[in-house]
Design a protein around this ligand. Structure first.
Ligand code: NDP
Length: 252
């Protein structure tokens, strides 16, 4: 089994939207397994130093980059700089994501476009930028953050569910395109994870959701990070095109 300090030495992992929440937990987990980490986010609310320190705390070498996943030029520039600095990205985690909830009847074009752009187009732009180097190296891992709502739906989230279901289609298709090059492409589908995104739900909504989780608790960012680390590892080399649920049984 992959343990802290082992397994991912010599690999470079880029995690999008990783200054906080699930992304930061993933960055720390991959870093503790020996990968060098590129923490990419649109903004660093506590400053980039705080993130670098957090990663140092788990023994990881890290660098930070401010970029917007929806901006193709910024994404290209980011991957170019990682190529120059560290020889390219071996592991890409498409984690950046947003919600702009509302019932379809009242959903604006802006709400739809914003969510599809960040959650789906952002993952496309980053995957395209990452894949060339992975093809050359004949090794690569792409893991995208989908969601339990991609498969089950959730009222008020047509845009979000569509973007997360789109990620599954993209994952399955890309996995077939690059499988022969020893590159795996997978998605994880977390249920309700206790982060800022879930904290915005009303107490009533939280209680309702909790009733439906067989394990009787929300997940933690670390619950997600462990699975992403496994899918990023050499041990998961024969796992591709899969969607792994991390939801305490919610989707059963
Ligand atoms: P958070 O909102 O806590 O963090 C998301 C991060 O993405 C933030 O740092 C945010 O930056 C960043 N981000 C947003 N837009 C962009 C952009 N255009 N370019 C670069 N970075 C951006 O979310 P979570 O940690 O809760 O979620 C992480 C992922 O997991 C998301 O894809 C989410 O959809 C998915 N997920 C989460 C679940 C949950 O229960 N929390 C359940 C299922 C899936 P900023 O700080 O500037 O806003």
């Amino acid at each position: 089994m992959m343990e802290n300090g082992t397994g991912l030495q010599g690999k470079v992992a880029l995690v999008t939207g990783a200054s906080r929440g699930i992304g930061l937990a993933i960055a720390k987990r991959l870093g503790s397994a020996g990968a060098r980490i590129v923490v990419m986010d649109m903004a660093f609310r506590e400053g980039p130093e705080a993130v670098i320190e957090a990663l140092k705390g788990v023994g990881a070498e890290a660098t930070t980059h401010e970029a917007n996943v929806t901006d193709g030029e910024q994404v290209e520039a980011l991957f170019k700089s990682v190529e120059e600095e560290w020889g390219g990205v071996d592991i890409l985690v498409n984690n950046a994501g947003i919600t702009r909830d509302g019932f379809l009847m009242r959903m604006t074009d802006e709400q739809w476009d914003a969510v599809l752009n960040v959650n789906l187009k952002g993952a496309f732009l980053c995957s395209r930028a990452a894949i060339r180097g992975m093809m050359r190296k004949r090794w690569g891992r792409i893991v995208s953050l989908s969601s339990v709502v991609a498969l089950g739906g959730n009222p008020g989230q047509v845009n979000y569910a569509a973007s997360k279901a789109g990620l599954i289609g993209m994952t399955r298709t890309l996995s077939k395109e690059v499988a022969s090059r020893n590159i795996t492409v997978n998605a994880v589908a977390p249920g309700f994870i206790g982060t800022d995104m879930v904290d915005t739900l009303s107490d009533e909504m939280k209680a309702k959701v909790m009733e439906r989780i067989p394990m009787g608790r929300f997940g933690t960012a670390e619950d997600v990070a462990g699975v992403v680390a496994f899918l990023s590892s050499e041990e998961a080399r024969y796992v591709t095109g899969q969607v792994v649920g991390i939801d305490g049984g919610l989707s059963l």
